[in-house]
Design a protein around this ligand. Structure first.
Ligand code: HEC
Length: 181
């Protein structure tokens, strides 16, 4: 008869410590070891967001012919960036613009394919364009007055767009008389 009473008294004492049963349990050492561990706590944000992260409520700033030229390329032309850019180029761009960027990819009319109007990425005119211009055409050819070029802003994201710009620059360097070896 005494035992259940003692248990009830102990529980009542514990309950008095705090109303939340969780808090009560955590005051007992044996349970507390479960709580004090290297784990992500509810609502904790253990990893800072990646630089350039766009909040879910945010939108990409609208680009225009005027604003594109003022964009600053944040990716230095390291081999890592260029290699990444080459991968993206070969995935999305080569099919039209060609291995060396001359506008003669397999589906372009220059190579007998159906896609008309594909431009070279390695002539002097485009070589003199800003990084921001090339970036903006990748995001949306339409906005940049290059409506025949499909939109790639939804496929190529974040810093990969600049890696792609960097790779286009290496194609231009390779195509220029000085860069050709
Ligand atoms: C389906 C074919 C196609 C694909 C794929 C394609 N482009 Fe284009 N691109 C075009 C056409 C066509 C134009 C010319 C658009 C116009 O004049 O309206 C163009 C124009 C451009 C221009 C502007 C050239 C200038 O002289 O102003 C750039 C820069 C460019 N493309 C880069 C890229 C990159 C980088 C990719 C890969 C993400 C890509 N393109 C993928 C067809 C394509």
């Amino acid at each position: 008869m005494r035992r259940p009473r003692a248990a009830v008294a102990a529980l009542a004492a514990l309950a008095a410590l705090a109303c939340n049963p969780d808090d009560v349990v955590h005051r007992i050492d044996w349970f507390a070891t479960m709580r004090h561990q290297r784990s992500i706590k509810p609502y904790a944000r253990p990893i800072p967001p990646v630089p350039g992260t766009v909040p879910v409520t945010g939108v990409e700033p609208a680009m225009s012919l005027q604003t594109a030229d003022r964009l600053v390329n944040p990716r230095t032309r390291t081999s890592e960036s260029i290699n990444r850019g080459r991968f993206v180029y070969e995935t999305y761009c080569l099919v039209c613009h060609g291995q060396e960027g001359r506008g003669d990819g397999p589906i372009s009319s220059a190579a007998g394919g159906p896609f008309f109007g594909v431009r070279s990425l390695v002539n002097d005119t485009i070589a003199r364009r800003t990084d921001g211009y090339i970036y903006a055409v990748i995001v949306s050819g339409q906005v940049m007055g290059r409506g025949l070029m499909p939109i790639y802003g939804d496929k190529v994201r974040d810093t990969e767009r600049w890696d792609l710009v960097n790779y286009v620059r290496t194609l231009q360097a390779a195509a220029s008389p000085r860069g050709r070896r």
